[in-house]
Design a protein around this ligand. Sequence first.
Ligand SMILES: *[C@@H]1O[C@H](CO)[C@@H](O)[C@H](O)[C@H]1NC(C)=O
Ligand SMILES: *[C@@H]1O[C@H](CO)[C@@H](O)[C@H](O)[C@H]1NC(C)=O
Ligand SMILES: *[C@@H]1O[C@H](CO)[C@@H](O)[C@H](O)[C@H]1NC(C)=O
Ligand SMILES: *[C@@H]1O[C@H](CO)[C@@H](O)[C@H](O)[C@H]1NC(C)=O
Length: 307
Amino acid sequence: MIPIYLFYAVLLTSSGVPVAIAASQRSIFLLAGQSNMSGRGGVVNGTWDNYIPPESSPNLAILRLSADLNWQLATEPLHRDIDTTKACGIGPGMVFASSLLRKDSSIGVVGLVPCAVGGTNISEWAPGGELYKGLIRRAEAALEGGGKIRGLLWYQGESDTVSREDAESYKNRVQNFFLRVRADLLLPVLPIIQVALASGEGEYVEMVREAQLGMDLVNLRTVDAKGLSLESDGLHLTTPSQVSLGRMLADTFLQGQPSSITSNASRTHPRSVTNLLDSFLRCVKKPLEPFFDDQPSSPPHVLKNRD
Ligand SMILES: *[C@@H]1O[C@H](CO)[C@@H](O)[C@H](O)[C@H]1NC(C)=O
Ligand SMILES: *[C@@H]1O[C@H](CO)[C@@H](O)[C@H](O)[C@H]1NC(C)=O
Ligand SMILES: *[C@@H]1O[C@H](CO)[C@@H](O)[C@H](O)[C@H]1NC(C)=O
Ligand SMILES: *[C@@H]1O[C@H](CO)[C@@H](O)[C@H](O)[C@H]1NC(C)=O
């Protein structure tokens, strides 16, 4: 349909499965935060039940960047070689990717970059620290084979609900983290979707939650975990909750994308691009999928938190 579909390459994954990849069109997503992003769905008493919901099953169009920086067919648990000190289970990443593929045929191959580590507080993610450097290193490695970083999914905060000082500083620390990630990746308006905590162990959950819901950064959206059920440990989202969360993250991401050419594209894109599209439209009968954001000349999409 569009020329970038022509640049196909065949990659042999480490699991030996040949995967056809439109490398230049790969949509890369960074996954970071603590255990609920890493995934503990189906983990009871430190053991994963091995149940993979249909929404999280492998798909040739979903890859993951392994700990040793190779793209491979993505399978659960996504964070198994990243968050290595605890048993990993189902998280939101696979469902997020399969929902995107189902709802947006222009998304191409989805490349997931797992970076979350259980039990980590925001201070440990501060720029310059090991987690931060690991995130940037993995993001840069992900880009080497082509593609574009389309978003950061962030689910963290539980570990900052225990002390008042941490809870009070949470908003500034997270904002600083988001801004530095964007600056270091040279993606000043990188879409970020964060998850607001529904509850937590610490005394200051409400304070962290308010900080999350009240954050006002361009292209930052917040998904609320309220109403999602927890494992018997009272700490982690269950597998069905992770499935719901993955869908919510995908829907929220897609809401921030231009939905079609009939939207306000002509107002937000330079005339030359519009003219090009007009001529293109005259040649095709089928409705087009959105692809504006692959045009280098298009301006950033502006999402506002809580809009
Ligand atoms: C988990 O451990 C608790 C306490 O040791 C026990 O009562 C429970 O049956 C265990 N659950 C499973 C699924 O093994
Ligand atoms: C964050 O976690 C680290 C490592 O567990 C700990 O040393 C530190 O006290 C925690 N809190 C802050 C505010 O750094
Ligand atoms: C996981 O998410 C749930 C729902 O937001 C929250 O109540 C819980 O505190 C989180 N647990 C951890 C360890 O982050
Ligand atoms: C397009 O812009 C107009 C005027 O700002 C607005 O009323 C309308 O809702 C927009 N339509 C879409 C699809 O965004």
